[in-house]
Design a protein around this ligand. Structure first.
Ligand code: PMV
Length: 314
C-alpha cells in the first residue's frame, strides 16, 4: 500500500501580466497561505485510477474522463513522463485557492498532482520538469499561456520571468506585506487574453507601446524589490503605474478599481489588479504595521471584496 501527499502554493503576478504573453518580462511570487493538496493512495481494488475532486463535486475514473479534462490530462502526461502505466489508485484533490481569480489554482493543482505521482513512483522530479508538465495543462486553461503561472508555482520562489529566457529568481531584500482582495468575479484568463489579442491585432503599434512601457517598469520593480523595505515607496509607485497601463490595455474593471481605490485611501502606497483582470484579484502593497493591515483589510471588505488574504512577500 502506498499513500503519498503533495501540495503546491497559489501565486500572484506582481508586475507585467498580459505584456508577458508578448515576450516582455513579468514578476510573480508564490502565495503559500493558500494551497492545492493532493493525496494518492493505492487501492488494489482492480478498479483502475479514480479521481476525486470534492470541491468541484467530481468523482470519476480516469478511463471515463473527457479528452480535455485538466486533472486527467495532467495525470496522463505525468505518467508518460515517468514511464509508468496507470496504477490502481485513488487521487484526491482539494484546494484553498479560489478558482478562476488569478491566484494560479489550475497551475497549483497540476503541480501538486505531478509531485504526488513523482513521489508515488519514487522519482525525484526537478522543478523545471514539474513546470514543463504543468504548462501542457495551462494550454487547456488559457489557450496561449506565457508559462509564468506554472513556473512560479513549480519553483515556489519569486521569479522574474520572460518567455524563452532562463528563469531568474528574485531575492527580496526584506519581507514586504501584501493584501490580496478578491472581487468575487470569476474571469477566465482565456477570454481577457483573447480579447486583448484581437485589439492588439487591430492596433499593433499602440499596444506594443504599452507593453514596452510595462517592460521598463518591470525592470525597475526588480531592482526595488531586491532593496526590500527601503524600496517600498518605489514599488508602490510602480504598481500604480502598472495599473494605469493595465487600464489602457482594457483588462481592468470597475469592481477592481473600486477595491484598488479603497486600498490606496486606507494607506496602501501602491495597488493594482493581478492576473488576467476583468475580475479576480487585486493586490495592495502595505507597510507591515498592524493598524495599516487592519485599515486596508477593512476598507477592502467595505468596498465589496469577497475575500482578503494578507501575505508576506519574502
Ligand atoms: O491566469 P492568471 O489570471 O494568473 O493570468 C495569467 C497572466 C496573463 O499574463 C494574463 C496570461 C499569461 O499567460 O501570462
Amino acid at each position: 500500500m502506498k499513500n503519498v501527499q503533495a501540495t503546491a502554493p497559489g501565486k500572484i503576478i506582481l508586475f507585467g501580466e498580459h505584456a508577458v504573453v508578448y515576450g516582455r518580462p513579468a514578476i510573480a511570487v508564490p502565495v503559500t497561505d493558500v494551497r492545492a493538496r493532493v493525496g494518492l493512495q493505492t487501492t488494489g481494488s482492480g478498479k483502475g485510477f479514480r479521481i476525486i475532486a470534492a470541491d468541484l463535486g467530481r468523482d470519476y475514473l480516469l478511463v471515463d474522463a473527457e479528452s480535455d479534462d485538466p486533472l486527467a490530462t495532467i495525470v496522463q502526461i505525468a505518467l508518460k513522463h515517468l514511464g509508468q502505466t496507470v496504477p490502481d489508485a485513488t487521487l484526491t484533490v482539494t484546494s484553498t485557492i479560489p478558482l478562476g481569480r488569478g491566484l494560479g489554482s489550475g497551475a497549483a493543482v497540476s503541480t501538486a498532482i505531478v509531485r504526488a505521482l513523482g513521489q508515488f513512483f519514487e522519482y525525484n522530479l526537478p522543478p523545471a520538469d514539474v513546470s514543463d508538465l504543468a504548462y501542457e495543462v495551462e494550454k487547456l486553461h488559457h489557450g496561449t499561456p506565457s508559462g509564468i503561472d506554472n513556473t512560479v508555482v513549480a519553483f515556489e520562489q519569486p521569479v522574474y520571468f520572460a518567455k524563452g529566457r532562463p528563469i531568474r529568481r528574485i531575492r527580496v531584500g526584506q519581507p514586504l506585506t501584501l493584501v490580496i482582495g478578491d472581487t468575487g468575479i470569476v474571469s477566465p484568463t482565456r477570454e481577457t487574453v483573447g480579447d486583448l489579442r484581437r485589439r492588439r491585432q487591430a492596433e499593433p503599434e499602440c499596444y506594443e507601446g504599452y507593453f514596452d512601457e510595462i517592460e521598463v517598469l518591470v525592470d525597475q520593480a526588480k531592482v526595488a524589490l531586491e532593496q526590500g523595505l527601503p524600496g517600498l515607496p518605489a514599488i508602490g509607485k510602480l504598481m500604480n503605474e502598472n495599473q494605469e497601463l493595465l487600464e489602457s490595455l482594457g483588462v481592468s474593471s470597475p469592481e477592481l478599481e473600486q477595491l484598488i481605490k479603497a486600498a490606496r485611501q486606507a494607506g496602501s502606497p501602491g495597488a493594482k489588479l493581478s492576473g488576467a483582470g476583468w475580475g479576480g484579484n487585486m493586490i495592495a502593497l502595505i507597510p507591515a504595521r498592524p493598524e495599516v493591515i487592519t485599515a486596508v483589510t477593512k476598507a477592502l471588505a467595505d468596498a465589496g471584496a469577497t475575500g482578503v488574504i494578507v501575505t508576506e512577500l519574502r
